[in-house]
Design a protein around this ligand. Sequence first.
Ligand code: FUB
Length: 325
Amino acid sequence: MPSRPFLRACLVAVGFITTLCAPALRAANPIITDVFTADPAAIVHGDTVYLYTGHDEAKPNQGYTMHDWLCYSSKDMKTWTPHGALLAVKDFAWAKSDAYAAHVVEKDGKFYWYVSIEHDSTKPGKALGVAVADSPTGPFKDARGSALVTADMTPKGKHAWEDIDPAVFIDGDGVAWLFWGNVHCYYAKLKPNMIELDGPIVEISGLDGFTEAPWIHKHRDTYYLSYASGFPEKISYATAPSIQGPWTSRGLLSEGAFNSNTIHQAVIEFKGQWYFIYHNGAIQHPNVGGSYRRSVCIDYLYHEQDGRIRRIVQTTEGLDLPPRP
Ligand code: FUB
């Protein structure tokens, strides 16, 4: 018969192995724990949510180290299927590094993946590119062979990372609008082909503390522009009666994210429930998180009757908690 110390050692080993093998994709926050994920963007396609994220690979003393973008899908927002790195910097021949925040949108059966990326030395600075696919999981390829927006197209900004964080919103009339920016928030109409601008680049002024990460959603008749504000970032929002404004600042939507200077939100509705998707730096195992080693989280979002959005409560339980009535 095995000795007691031997049995105890076996139990400890089993517990340890169980912890290591715990599902890396779950409802509690952060929802992905086997790799670092950042800058979430999500779309609903049929009965499935597709979640597209950046991929932090920084070593402990490095800054942003991001080479590709990841994709996950779920039919219940709680269990997630990984689809791997579906797009990478190397897929854009004109780009050289920095797979920063991105956004996917569906139009006429095609899926357009708008990305922020560092342009090569012919147009120095951050730029926006767009890849296209026939399915939400690819294969994606560069839709233009060149950048959609480059630093010389927004000369107002004095810094090289002004043209980041694309977000595309398709209005009820089918017209698509591209929003983006860092410090300055810009928008422009897209042509029906989704890969060319269709008019001037306009700056939205008066957004309290705008830093980056614009995201548009519509609820009832109101347009909502949420964005990262200040630094370390919180999330603020503004509302408007039309996609072209005028935008009225509505204050804070969320406090900052635990252990991360950035938070980068996405807002979606799925099966009648609204969600706030963001990142924090909370993971402690197997590697330690932080501002350059971030992890995607999801909590509920509630619209109030008066058109405001209730302040987001960031939780560790995430969607293991039931939604409030
Ligand atoms: O992930 C790189 C940059 O950090 C993103 O483009 C910003 O939104 C911030 O999250």
